[in-house]
Design a binder for this molecule. Structure first.
Ligand code: NDP
Ligand code: 8X3
Length: 257
């Protein structure tokens, strides 16, 4: 296992769910964290907790990953002590709506495409050249079971995660000859704010997604990401699909009640 002590790790979507869990596990391992998201207060609270619990060094970025100019400025204006990013965790993402394609909302589509595909590309485009120059680094993309299996009314969200799968594969190929690693972590059901966001704040509908099921937790995903990023430097874990024991595919879920 390689040490993450003082490694610089940029996590997008750190204000909630999987991103927050990643921040905790990497802080505990002594990494220096750049935490990015739009909700500034949540980031500040997380920074305070990480400092108190783990004495972590944390740099915050209030960032909308859909804004290419803002991403470029955030990365190019990092203070010197924070500029050599070792691990990029492209976690920011969301689903919006669960509608038949021919009835879908243009706004929902654009938000998903702009965040899950274009946002991930912008971060990658601005961070990876530094990794190439230093000949070290690791990019972890959050894909999904939805990128492997399309489910009814999942259409555009599934398409964005299929794009993430293609981007991860392409990046791995394009970085061949460097020491940089690329991993796609592709979960099934994880209980976070995900369904709440998908259903535009409808808590009751969001809760039903996990009813009678023991879903994965954000900590389960952070644990896998931690594993992938701490293997020996010659080992690249390309793709991990994980789901709850109560889930067998994107659509096949065992509900106990
Ligand atoms: P959450 O809704 O809990 O967290 C999503 C995070 O993404 C938040 O921190 C949010 O921060 C951030 N985010 C969303 N839009 C933007 C934006 N435009 N700019 C910057 N940050 C943004 O969901 P999860 O933790 O579950 O999701 C994390 C990733 O995991 C996503 O890519 C998701 O698709 C993927 N995933 C989730 C699964 C699940 O079942 N939960 C399963 C498979 C994959 P803020 O609003 O503050 O900007
Ligand atoms: C999140 C998992 O199955 O709700 O990517 O799309 S799913």
């Amino acid at each position: 296992m390689i040490s993450l002590q003082n490694k610089i790790i940029l996590i997008t979507g750190a204000s909630s769910g999987i991103g927050t869990a990643c921040a905790r596990i990497f802080a505990e391992a002594g990494a220096k964290l750049i935490l990015a998201a739009r909700r500034w207060e949540l980031l500040q609270q997380l920074r305070d907790v990480l400092k108190q619990e783990f004495k972590a060094e944390v740099h915050l970025l209030q960032l909308d990953v859909r804004d290419r100019v803002a991403v470029e400025s955030a990365i190019s204006n990092l203070p010197d002590a924070w500029s050599e990013i070792d691990i990029l965790i492209n976690n920011a993402g969301l689903s919006r709506g669960l509608d038949k394609l021919h009835e879908g909302s243009f706004q929902d589509w654009e938000e998903m495409i702009d965040t899950n595909i274009k946002g991930l590309l912008y971060l990658t485009r601005y961070v990876v050249p530094g990794m190439v120059k230093r000949d070290r680094g690791h990019i972890v993309n959050l894909g999904s079971i939805a990128g492997h299996q399309t489910y009814p009314s999942g259409n555009v969200y599934c398409a964005t995660k299929a794009a993430v799968k293609a981007i991860s594969e392409g990046l791995k190929q394009d970085l061949l000859g460097t020491a940089i690693r690329v991993t796609s972590v592709d979960p099934g059901m994880v209980e976070t704010e995900f369904s709440n966001v998908r259903f535009h704040g409808d808590d009751e509908r969001a809760k039903k997604v996990y009813q009678g099921v023991k879903p994965l937790t954000p900590e389960d995903i952070a644990d896998v990401i931690f594993f992938c990023t701490t293997r020996s430097p010659h080992v690249n874990i390309n793709e991990v699909i994980l789901m709850p024991v109560d889930q067998a595919s994107a659509t096949l879920v065992n509900r106990r009640s």
